[in-house]
Ligand binder design. Structure first.
Ligand SMILES: [Zn+2]
Length: 118
């Protein structure tokens, strides 16, 4: 009984480490800017706009090379929220290209599908 519990615990730890290694990018760097950057870098998220932030723009974290633009302004059919703590809500589900599905919380990316393994 005790042995099987230990195995269970060890499996859980192993899964946890695999999960961190394959699915998480730690510490995204957020930059507030009035204009879109000339050059994008993986791991850097641009929050663009003057006094009103209009769009969040960054390279897709799956490294497919696409630029993702998230609308922050009200009125559009799809809108995201950014409150300055490296957290973007709701989750991001790409409908084209790599079809990545992920959340950004506290600067950490968590994938909800397996695109990063392709
Ligand atoms: Zn991608």
């Amino acid at each position: 009984m005790v042995t099987s519990n230990n195995d269970c615990f060890r499996n859980w730890i192993n899964r946890l480490w695999v999960g961190i290694g394959s699915k998480m990018i730690s510490n995204l760097y957020f930059v507030e800017s009035k204009e879109k950057p000339e050059e994008y870098k993986i791991g850097v998220v641009w929050v663009i706009g003057d006094e009103t932030k209009e769009v969040i723009s960054f390279l897709c974290p799956c490294k497919c090379g696409d630029i993702i633009n998230l609308n922050l302004l009200p009125g559009a059919s799809e809108r995201w929220k950014y409150r300055g703590n490296k957290t973007i809500t709701p989750s991001i589900k790409r409908k084209t290209g790599c079809m990545s599905n992920f959340t950004i919380t506290g600067g950490m990316i968590k994938f909800h599908n397996d695109v990063e393994n392709r």
